[in-house]
Design a binder for this molecule. Structure first.
Ligand code: GAP
Length: 436
């Protein structure tokens, strides 16, 4: 069984992810991606974009500002309701999310329900608790030089509102047929009470969201189709095993304030099952609220019938870090004498590693550099390694998920063939260099 600590350690050892502000002792809930992490993260995000936007003819992209007019968050309900249940230990004054201390509890846990269980404080072990209070998770800031109530703004807690507020701009400019989707990738910020489980619950994360605008009477069919497509994406593009993905139909009392139907897609992470992404039927909640708050019509005029109405919305929303961790957990394998990341080829940071068998033989190094230059030109994501012995190089490339290692030896100088070693099977074959 893979342990989360093993993945955390690999990420640090190989330069995928470091704790945020590490040099100053860290900053809880923030993480920095190193050279390999950036490559994997970009591959995830680009594959998502290609699958959901580029390859479809009903999806378009937007890229909105992170700091939005604060009216956005009043109309969306976030100022009033985007809050988690906070409880404080009266002994050590540690503050925690109440629902995370009680097995099976949800965000709607009441003080009575919490005190009936009265769990031990994770810090001091005492059982003396405050009442539960709602803690708004939006990061507040001031915009401009005046530091008063008139300048309050928020870092966006979801990318979704940048899509809703641009819906009308898109309709007025490119007038797409219904149903159509608007997709956005970008940072979102949440002042989580207890960031935890490595990159699973962060204070700063990246989201990839789609708002899919549909005819109200067709929401269910669109919901089911998009959900099926998402399963295909997770399994075929991200390499997640089917038996580790589970749909959870969220009961009404636990749904977000805007949702009439939610399926949370759960994943079996090393530390247990957690939400990987959310699928919500947001009805016309957001567009109607924007219409009310802005006084601008959010209606869509049907091109055939001329009928005007506010479309309903299906929202698939996923966090990049959660997907990243799911992909790593699925790919991480410990074998007798090695650790290997069996990443799908489209996600692996490097496609090939090129090495000379011996680095102190100039003729081998020269030939290897030639092969490296050709492969780099052709595949871009190619790395060079002439450190240590060949066994150590394979070990390192296995740990960072490089699918193929190409080794140049004395036979290469004779017949221009190279050894290609496969990451997953460790089998080696000889092929002509030009056939790579
Ligand atoms: N626009 C809808 C929305 O934001 P959500 O369920 O709060 O819904 C959607 O978040 C997804 O964003 C989650 O399923 C998760 O993948 C990711 N996410 C949310 N909060 C996160 C956090 N604190 N750290 C990392 N990822 C997070």
């Amino acid at each position: 069984m893979t342990k989360l600590e093993d993945i955390v350690s690999l990420c640090k050892r190989r330069g995928f992810i470091f704790p945020g502000s590490d040099v100053y002792g860290g900053m809880a809930g923030t993480w920095d991606f190193g050279p390999l992490g950036v490559m994997l993260k970009r591959n995830l995000m680009n594959t998502w974009w290609s699958f959901w936007v580029d390859k479809r003819d009903d999806m378009y992209g937007v890229d909105a500002a992170i700091i939005m007019n604060p009216k956005t968050w009043e109309a969306s309900g976030h100022v009033a309701t985007f809050a988690d249940p906070l409880v404080e230990c009266k002994e050590c004054h540690g503050r925690f999310r109440a629902d995370k201390l009680v097995d099976g509890a949800t965000e709607s846990i009441t003080t009575e329900e919490f005190l009936a269980v009265s769990p031990k404080c994770p810090t001091c072990g005492k059982q003396d608790w405050s009442e539960i209070r709602k803690f708004n998770m939006m990061f507040q800031t001031h915009v401009g030089p005046v530091d008063d109530d008139s300048s309050i703004a928020y870092l966006r807690p979801e990318t979704a509102q940048g899509i809703f507020t641009n819906y009308k701009n898109v309709v007025d400019t490119i007038y797409p047929n219904l149903p159509f989707g608007l997709a956005q990738q970008g940072k979102a910020f949440r002042n989580e009470i207890s960031p935890r489980d490595f990159i699973l619950r962060d204070r700063e994360c990246s989201q990839m969201e789609i708002e899919y605008f549909v005819r109200p009477e067709e929401w269910e069919q669109n919901f089911d189709e998009l959900l099926a497509d998402y399963h295909a994406f997770l399994e075929e593009q991200m390499g997640l095993p089917t038996d580790k993905i589970h749909d959870y139909d969220v009961p009404a009392e636990d749904r977000a304030h805007y949702s009439k139907h939610t399926i949370d897609v759960m994943f079996d992470y090393p530390n247990g099952q957690e939400e990987l992404l959310g699928f919500a039927y947001r009805t016309d909640f957001d567009l109607s609220n924007i219409q009310k708050a802005s006084g601008k019509s959010m209606e869509y005029r049907d091109k055939v019938t001329g009928e005007s109405f506010i479309p309903h919305v299906i929202e698939p929303s996923i966090g990049v870090e959660r997907l990243f961790l799911a992909v790593l957990s699925a790919a991480y394998v410990e074998e007798e004498d090695r650790v290997v990341l069996k990443l799908p080829e489209n996600l692996a940071p490097y496609k090939f590693c090129v090495s000379p068998l011996l680095k102190n033989k100039p003729e081998l190094v020269e030939k290897a550099k030639e092969v490296f230059a050709i492969l780099k030109q052709k595949y871009t994501f190619v790395t060079w390694d002439d450190s240590g012995n060949i066994g150590k190089r394979y070990k390192k490339q296995d740990e960072i998920g490089t699918p193929k290692c190409v080794v140049i030896d004395f036979d290469t100088l004779e017949d221009d063939t190279v050894t290609v070693r496969d990451r997953d099977t460790t089998e080696q074959v000889r092929v002509k260099a030009e056939e790579l």
